[in-house]
Design a protein around this ligand. Sequence first.
Ligand code: GTP
Ligand code: MG
Length: 306
Amino acid sequence: MGKRILVFVNEKTYSGFVAIVGKPNVGKSTLLNNLLGVKVAPISPRPQTTRKSVRGVLTEGNRQAVFVDTPGLHKPEDALGDYINEQVKEALSDVNLILWLVDLRHPPTEEDRMVARALRPLLGKVPIYLLGNKRDAAKYPESAMAAYAELLPGVEATRAISALDERDVGELRAEILALLPEGPFYFPPDFARSDQPFEEWIAEIIREEAMKRLFEEVPYSVAVRVEEVAERENGVLYVRATLFVEREAHKPIVIGKGGRKLKEIGRAARKQLEVFLNRKVYLDLAVKVYKNWRKDPEALRELGYR
Ligand SMILES: Nc1nc2c(ncn2[C@@H]2O[C@H](COP(=O)(O)OP(=O)(O)OP(=O)(O)O)[C@@H](O)[C@H]2O)c(=O)[nH]1
Ligand SMILES: [Mg+2]
């Protein structure tokens, strides 16, 4: 082990919290992962992929930004929906900068107006950047941007970006780091990029792969809990996890004919884990029914939404 050298003892440090908010599916988690350069949040083509806020820490020299990726704000229909919107509210309190993401491919919807209403009381208190995302795929980015800006007159800045474009993300990263106020670091300079527990990170990757492969209401019926993580003698990381579904009818769908769907989910999740962890992983997946867990606050807590 090399010696740890503290570089910033006599230097000024700059730090702050940056919340990433917006309606579902606009690219918030994609932006977070690319700002950090590592994957901390799950991404899928389906709205409401993120259910729990994820914090990502970016330290460069004497500057540290703590990003908070939030679930998409939406009209809640059950206890899980309430939980999700509560996560957004929490993330908005006490931040130094808000990144409001919108989808430039389409004009604003009722959900964007909902986000704007939530942000209105913060105008003048916290700088808000309106980021028009997916500019790479937008036909009329200027008129879309103008329509979004109208929802919240007084935003600090508006900008069209693509969260998939390293140049856009790089510029944004540099700008955010530059505007952080003076203050102490919240995490040690060599802190891992996220404060998410290891088991939860694994569960989210499994859930991501499940969401990508399921349709209609089934992806939303799935919650994943990692039950066991163990080191095997041969260097393999053994992971046992349960996929909970809300209804008996969803179970055979997640398992698939001859277990094919579950195998597919497991294979893809294992591949991701092996790439990120740079080691062999053995995934042991089971599917169980937890009746109406999304409506049940007690069940939410049991499944990690607390
Ligand atoms: N074309 C294009 N697609 C993008 C861009 N950013 C994100 N996406 C895609 O948009 C989809 C949703 O991305 P997420 O990052 O999961 O969106 P989110 O806002 O975190 O969604 P929720 O967690 O459900 O609120 C994924 O399929 C991404 O690949 C972009 O700049 N351009
Ligand atoms: Mg997300």
